[in-house]
Design a binder for this molecule. Structure first.
Ligand SMILES: *Cc1c(COP(=O)(O)O)cnc(C)c1O
Length: 407
């Protein structure tokens, strides 16, 4: 019989979203015809911006004649998209990121997983707790951890707690880590990192020769002008950081699929004593294992940076952020302790009466018919918290709030 990758068997069986589905199914079978409102998973709900749809329609027409037909594109993405990104997401914020340093992909979930392909196995790794489960699980799958304990913490990974006691600030570690995953604005807590905090992280990384993997999937939701949108706004970051960005949340591309990863050419790692460019390794990796994002979708992504596109994306983002504000205001007035939801589309709620995250999940499901996400699903330190997402229609958000406030 064929050998399997036994590292997969270390993964905790009850992964968050399947368990949520199981409980919903169970509830539905006992309570048919209940109008459930889902503020659980982090998926957008509003239609794609018109500018993106029009650009994609035009691109499809181009595919319809031999003269303008496109076959395989560059594995790294089309130059015009990479130049648009470089200009609009980086130059305008004073970051020197060239088009060549931008690798277009079909998603940040894949990129933040695939990046492990070019990194060694002996690196000491730190993640925040709670955390986007993808970072942890891909380290488990690739044999970079030991087994999990009862709380779900894996041997060989270090956890930096972010909670109400430390103001959801990831404290700079005293020990040396080679690889640190940071996600700000944060999923699931909705917290942001200030410029001072990011400056401290870059200083730490440079002093310790560490690499920061910075996930900025939610940067478009930042309202506070003093909060950096990119790690590359911090001086020195070109020597110690890789950034993941996605069109999923700002432009509603969760089902359309387009993202990008930024690897500065100045970024170095080592193989034994030899210094190696991470850019070259990633370029090699993408050229071998990836054949690029569809031409049509890249034209759709490019339209995000057109004048109309920018306006439409801004409107989309503020629609969700108004939802976030409604959630925060209602729950706060109902006596809940609510974090986040100011510069991020997630409200992170302390469960009342010290209920466990899953008990509060069941309580809301049964009594308000509202589905959220138990904080403990994002890590041991998420226990006692609960995530509500602002990704839904205004009507559903308002109805959900009325039901919760009434309890
Ligand atoms: C939604 C999300 C992403 C985006 O993933 P895609 O694969 O680009 O859709 C990345 N990181 C975090 C933390 C997210 O929540």
């Amino acid at each position: 019989m064929v050998q399997v990758n036994a590292d997969y068997l270390k993964l905790k069986a009850g992964y968050l979203f399947p368990e949520i589905s199981r409980r919903i199914k169970d509830f539905n079978s006992k309570n048919p015809n209940t109008d459930l409102i889902r503020l659980g998973i982090g998926d957008v709900t509003e239609p794609l911006p018109l500018a993106c749809r029009e650009a994609m329609k035009a691109a499809i027409e181009e595919m319809g004649t031999a003269e303008s037909f496109k076959g395989y594109g560059p594995e790294q993405g089309y130059k015009w998209l990479r130049e648009s990104i470089s200009k609009n997401d980086y130059s305008t914020r004073g970051c020197e990121i060239s088009a060549e340093e931008i690798f277009v992909s079909d998603g940040s979930k894949c990129d933040s997983s695939n990046i492990l392909d070019i990194l060694g196995k002996a690196n000491k790794i730190a993640v925040t707790d709670p955390v986007y489960p993808v970072y942890v699980d891909t380290n488990v799958m690739t044999g970079r951890t030991g087994e999990a304990n009862l709380k779900g913490e894996y041997q060989g990974l270090s956890y930096i707690p972010i909670n109400s006691e430390n103001g959801f600030e990831a404290a700079i570690p005293k020990e040396k880590f080679d690889l640190i995953y940071l996600c700000f604005p944060n999923n699931p807590t909705g917290a942001v990192a200030t410029r001072e905090q990011l400056v401290s992280w870059v200083k730490y990384a440079k002093e310790n020769d560490s690499l920061i993997l910075f996930d900025a999937a939610y940067e478009a939701f930042i309202k506070d002008d003093s909060i950096p949108h990119s790690i590359f706004e911090i001086e020195g970051s070109r020597d110690c950081a890789i950034e993941f960005r996605s069109f999923s949340k700002n432009a509603g591309f969760t089902g359309t699929r387009c993202a990008f990863t930024v690897i500065p050419k100045s970024l170095k790692g080592k193989a034994g004593k030899e210094e190696v460019d991470l850019w070259s390794l990633w370029n090699r990796r993408q050229s071998t294992k990836f054949n690029g994002v569809s031409y049509v979708v890249q034209r759709g992504a490019e339209a995000v940076y057109s004048e109309e596109g920018k306006m439409q994306v801004k409107k989309l983002v503020s629609f969700y952020m108004d939802n976030a504000q409604i959630i925060k205001a209602n729950l706060t007035s109902a006596g809940f302790e609510v974090f986040g939801a100011i510069n991020a589309p997630y409200a992170w709620i302390k469960t009342p009466n010290k209920l466990s995250s899953w008990d509060f999940f069941d309580f809301l499901l049964e009594n308000a018919n509202v589905v959220g996400t138990p904080g403990s699903g994002f890590g041991a330190a998420g226990e006692g918290y609960f995530r509500l997402s602002a990704f839904n229609s205004r009507e559903n958000v308002e109805k959900a709030m009325q039901r919760i406030v009434k309890l």
